[in-house]
Design a protein around this ligand. Structure first.
Ligand code: FES
Length: 58
């Protein structure tokens, strides 16, 4: 079974990993021009959010 983890980076995207390998970075600031992927625009937009871990059910 593949282990999936999702972590919200401080002031940045949601990082999705499968078995410890980065699968994608999803935008959560809404500023990306390449949604649903993060394109780094969060840094210029001044997006502020706490880091957190999101539990994915097995
Ligand atoms: S979180 Fe990176 S562009 Fe939105």
């Amino acid at each position: 079974m593949v282990k999936v983890t999702i972590s919200a980076k401080e002031n940045g995207p949601l990082i999705v990993e499968t078995d410890g390998k980065r699968l994608c970075a999803l935008c959560r600031c809404t500023a990306s021009e390449n949604k649903p992927n993060c394109d780094g625009s969060h840094a210029k937009s001044g997006f502020k959010a706490e880091a957190s871990e999101i539990k994915v059910c097995d």
